[in-house]
Design a protein around this ligand. Structure first.
Ligand SMILES: Nc1nc2c([nH]c(=O)n2[C@H]2C[C@H](O)[C@@H](COP(=O)(O)OP(=O)(O)OP(=O)(O)O)O2)c(=O)[nH]1
Ligand SMILES: [Mg+2]
Length: 131
């Protein structure tokens, strides 16, 4: 099965809270919370895809990011490579442009949210990075 390359942003505000959005019910892994992002398209690199996705989904643009972790996961119906970046600086005020539920969450409260299975190592890496 072809692996889908996904650019994912762990977006932090000044208080080190993290921006989560909820996936549409009908989407793959629908109804679960996610770190915003989306598929890398042909001709893009991962940072271009991240910036484009965050513009499309949240009306922000990335001013500074750093790689956090890359996670491969096979859901059976779909295999993904999540290329995750910490976004500590961005311009604009995040708005849920696609009507998706959105929440700013302290790292200690991440365990209260249901994520796709691939996100387990991401949550661990965020928790370690924000110690
Ligand atoms: N953005 C994001 N995707 C995740 C996370 N965890 C996880 O397993 N995924 C998976 C779900 C999807 O199979 C894939 C993301 O693809 P997507 O379909 O949302 O991509 P997209 O935003 O380009 O959406 P679309 O234009 O195709 O509707 O990665 C996560 O934390 N954030
Ligand atoms: Mg998306």
């Amino acid at each position: 099965m072809a692996e889908v390359h996904v650019a994912v942003g762990v977006i932090l505000d000044r208080d080190q809270r993290i921006l989560l959005t909820r996936r549409a019910d009908k989407a793959h892994q629908g109804g679960l919370w996610e770190f915003p992002g989306g598929k890398v398209e042909a001709g893009e690199d991962v940072l271009q895809a991240l910036d484009r996705e965050l513009r499309e989904e949240l009306a922000i643009s990335v001013a500074h990011s750093a790689p956090l972790i890359a996670v491969r996961h096979d859901y059976g119906d779909k295999a993904v490579l999540l290329d995750v970046h910490l976004v500590r600086r961005f311009s604009g005020e995040p708005k849920a442009l696609e009507g998706q539920p959105m929440a700013w969450v302290a790292v200690a409260d991440l365990p209260d949210y249901d994520f796709p299975a691939a996100n387990v190592p991401i949550v661990e890496a965020v928790t370690a990075a924000l110690q």
